[in-house]
Design a protein around this ligand. Structure first.
Ligand code: GLU
Length: 362
């Protein structure tokens, strides 16, 4: 069986401000057909906040508490709609509410994977959303495009379909969407609104970010129009619709979790000579190769590793930022004395390091 993650944004799910039950019913029928073609589906749904606000008669939520409360109201209505629609085709649905903290912690990440596996065994369709009611700024994923890519990592999906109100990804001045993207170049990032720009949730920027996460883990991602009839069926069958982002590499599952499971909390700047050991020889990163440390983090944090030419990779540090600052540039034999305890010298063990330069996605 293959797994398709289908992400439905608020604008696709709602019609004239109300839940579009006809759309959900149609999707349920497609997913029922897909099962006979050896595809199972995972739904990532938005709309909890909007639907909740509708109930209260509120135009929009400004405060975080308003959004959280609206999501608590809307989420149960979303599930009622999915339950009803999938019931019509004799499928059960299950609600999974995730936060960034669930993907950041390796144990919780695997736990969530076990839940997916069991639901698949039982033939139940998982319906995922962010747990907006409890997710504060620090622990939220923030947008469901990224959440869909993370969910795909968790459930080891084969393809992600982001349903949008546009029919694909457009480069400037083009009248047709790009059919295939093999590499997320700076040009593509710029066309999506820049990698670092702060936008509203959704839009192309978060979709490109989701594509980066998925394709690095060997998962194909397609952006297509939610208005296209039978879209989930067509995408599972491999029809050329929308924009398809091709997998760049199939890095080991744990390494893709290292790259994307959690947020980057600091930066290690390396000596120019340290790169070869890490990239070419695949060694662990020793403190002697570190020139400087940015950020304030505890042991176990995800840090970005760079040299004068830019990012080399990301990994889980074995020391806190304070300790790393003390031992940066020091030889392995000196570290125990500096920190006043017996330590294994690697700042980042090779098993906890994932190279990003070699993935050459710009
Ligand atoms: N989790 C949010 C909701 O259900 C949606 C986030 C997004 O639109 O990307 O309302």
């Amino acid at each position: 069986m293959k797994t398709l993650v289908v992400k439905i944004g608020t604008s696709t799910l709602l019609k004239n401000g109300e839940l579009n039950e006809a759309f959900i019913g149609d999707l349920a029928r497609q997913i029922a057909v897909l099962r006979q073609e050896n595809w199972r589906a995972v739904i990532v749904t938005s709309g909890a906040v909007r639907v909740g606000l509708n109930v209260i008669g509120c135009e929009r939520a400004v405060k975080l508490a308003e959004k959280q409360a609206a999501a608590a109201i809307g989420q149960s209505l979303l599930m009622r709609a999915y339950r009803r629609a999938f019931g019509e085709v004799d499928l059960h649905v299950a609600q999974l509410l995730l936060t960034r903290a669930d993907t950041a912690d390796r144990r919780r990440f695997l736990n969530a994977r076990h839940t997916f596996t069991q639901l698949f065994k039982w033939n139940v369709v998982p319906v995922v959303n962010e747990n907006d009611t409890v997710s504060t700024e620090e622990i939220r994923v923030g947008d469901n495009d990224t959440l869909a890519a993370l969910a795909a990592l968790v459930c080891e999906a084969d393809r992600v379909l982001l349903l949008s109100d546009v029919d694909g990804f457009y480069l400037p001045q083009k009248s047709q969407p790009e059919a295939q993207i093999a590499q997320i170049t700076p040009e593509i990032e710029a066309a999506a609104g820049g990698a670092g720009s702060i936008g509203a949730t959704g839009g192309m920027r978060t979709k490109i970010e989701a594509a980066r996460i998925a394709t690095r883990a060997g998962i194909e991602l397609v952006i297509a129009s939610g208005a296209e009839p039978q879209i989930a069926l067509k995408i599972a069958r491999g029809e050329a619709l929308g924009t398809k982002f091709l997998p760049t590499t199939r890095i080991r599952a744990r390494k893709s979790w290292i790259l994307h499971g959690r947020r980057v909390e600091g930066v290690l700047q390396l000596h120019p000579r340290a790169r070869a050991a890490l990239v070419e020889r695949g060694s662990s990163l020793l403190p002697v190769g570190i020139e400087s440390v940015e950020g304030n983090f505890a042991a176990g944090a995800l840090v970005l590793v760079r040299d004068q030419n830019g990012e080399i990779g990301r990994g889980l540090t074995r020391f806190s930022s304070g300790e790393l600052s003390q031992v940066a540039g020091k030889k392995s034999g000196e570290i125990g004395a500096i920190l006043g305890r017996e330590v294994a010298p690697a700042a980042i063990h090779r098993d906890d390091f994932s190279i990003t330069t070699a993935l050459s996605d710009g």
